[in-house]
Design a protein around this ligand. Structure first.
Ligand SMILES: *Cc1c(COP(=O)(O)O)cnc(C)c1O
Length: 462
């Protein structure tokens, strides 16, 4: 669908009808849909119109597709409302908001084992995507400087990553003119492997992206093994490739649930880490984080220093003005929950994910690709010879309100289609049991009422 336009053949009325109680505000009882009205509505009527329209949005609690936070405590709502007018970029006017951002960066750097949290540097962003763009730019700049110092050409940068990367990395490569070198995934390894990394890196590789929590099936990529492979490459060929960890989900999960797993700044090769504050950071949409292990990992000419705060918080972002409320909410969560609170919330999610994965694995029609032991998300497929597809399951279970996405795995594995369940804070064991019941009923119906052949073939695409 083209941006901001409607599919052809999908004709929309050009006016929106108003409730009888509101009619007459503008005399007409209706509003133009695509044109700004000439006159004004009163505030209560305008509110009702927008409110009513938004009721058609999905029910977030039944949406198992998204990783993004849909519930926060009442106090967080109050704080966010209090900060709704604060502009994050205006550090001069809102120095305390900037101070909270700085504390969050320090807390995350410490959580991710930066050797001295004070020398790590980072920033809040609008989400992981922006964090990934910034981290990718830093890699590109550093590589270019190193190539220039060697007198070597720097016109063909590439970035090595699994074909399972989130779309933001393909965007990064296209927007910033970097070759995206996607390492194919296989049935046995649905994500990046040390061998794949070794085979794809060369002197033009600006970095390797390792994902903590693959979007496709929730598995952690083996960051430590990838780092070892790159250490070996460096010692045998002199090609020294840094790692960026895309911890969009996992950087807020692994520190609490897998404290012995080595994936972060504890590995010298890891130069930067991003995370989505609005995923398992448990904040409403609009916040991400990116942290570099030390200042040398972030080329200074990418950073615009604001000295009215002492020059400590670098300004590095794709946006200028953006809301400060999410930063306050992130700081609230960090001090409200503490390490123990985050551990309890994430453990509950993992327990529910693993329980549900186990129940689904016991159904004869399904096979798990992952079991929720990475981030609390897992993927499963319909076994061969069953009379229906994952797309049928996704479509049918939607009739009960559940949104369980079905999609094809990345290139080279695209004949494998899966369903994915993301367990977020608030998706309780009770809800999981309800979903399981509906899944079983859906399967029974699909088994007893064969679909038209056409339907089976084309399925349903999100
Ligand atoms: C969600 C996600 C992103 C993009 O993050 P946003 O916060 O939505 O911008 C990038 N990488 C991975 C692995 C993700 O899961």
């Amino acid at each position: 669908m083209p941006l901001h336009s409607y599919e052809t053949g999908h004709k929309r009325e050009h006016t929106i009808g108003l409730r009888p109680q509101l009619a007459g505000v503008e005399g007409a009882g209706e509003l133009p849909r695509f044109r700004m009205p000439d006159g004004s509505l009163d505030a209560a009527s305008a509110y009702q119109v927008v409110h009513d329209e938004l009721l058609l949005d999905g029910n977030a609690r039944l949406n198992l597709a998204t990783f993004v936070t849909t519930w926060m405590e009442a106090q967080a709502h109050v704080l966010m409302a209090e900060c709704v007018d604060k502009n994050m970029v205006d550090k001069d006017e809102y120095p305390q908001t900037a101070e909270l951002e700085r504390r969050c960066v320090n807390m995350l750097a410490d959580l991710w084992h930066a050797s001295s949290a004070e020398s790590a540097t980072g920033t809040s962003t609008t989400g992981s995507s922006e964090g990934c763009m910034l981290a990718g730019l830093a890699l590109k700049w550093r590589w270019r400087q190193q190539r220039a110092a060697l007198g070597e050409p720097a016109d063909r940068p590439n970035l090595v990553m699994g074909a399972n990367v989130q779309v933001c990395w393909e965007k990064f490569c296209r927007y910033w003119d970097v070759e995206s070198r996607l390492v194919p995934v296989t049935r046995d390894a649905t994500h990046l492997t040390p061998d794949g990394v070794r085979a794809h890196c060369d002197e033009n590789t600006i970095g390797v992206v390792a994902i903590m929590g693959s979007t496709f099936d929730g598995t952690y990529e083996p960051v430590a093994d990838i780092a070892s492979a790159l250490d070996e490459l460096a010692s045998t060929s002199g090609i020294d490739v840094p790692i960026h960890v895309d911890g969009a989900s996992g950087a807020f999960v692994a520190p609490f649930l897998d404290p012995d797993l080595v994936w972060d700044f504890g590995l010298p090769r890891v130069q930067s880490i991003n995370a989505s504050g609005h995923k398992y950071g448990l904040v409403y949409p609009g916040i991400g984080w990116v942290v570099w292990r030390d200042r040398s990992a972030l080329p200074s000419d990418l950073v615009f220093n604001v000295d009215y705060l002492g020059g400590e918080m670098p300004t590095f972002g794709l946006n200028f003005s953006r809301p400060g409320a999410q930063v306050a909410a992130q700081y609230y969560n960090l001090i409200r929950l503490g390490r123990d609170g985050y551990r309890r919330v994430q453990q509950e999610c993992r327990d529910v994910a693993q329980w549900l994965a186990g129940q689904i694995a016991a159904l004869p029609e399904f096979e798990l690709l992952s079991d929720g032991s990475g981030i609390p998300a897992f993927a499963f497929r319909v076994i061969d010879g069953t009379g229906f597809t994952v797309f049928d399951v996704s479509e049918r279970i939607r009739e009960r309100g559940w949104i369980v996405p079905a999609y094809k795995m990345p290139p080279d594995l695209e004949d494998l289609a899966v369903l994915r369940v993301v367990v977020r804070n608030g998706f309780s064991r009770d809800l999981a049991a309800l979903l399981l019941g509906d899944l079983k009923r859906t399967v029974d119906r699909l088994n007893t009422t064969p679909l038209p052949a056409d339907d089976v073939r084309t399925g349903f695409h999100h």
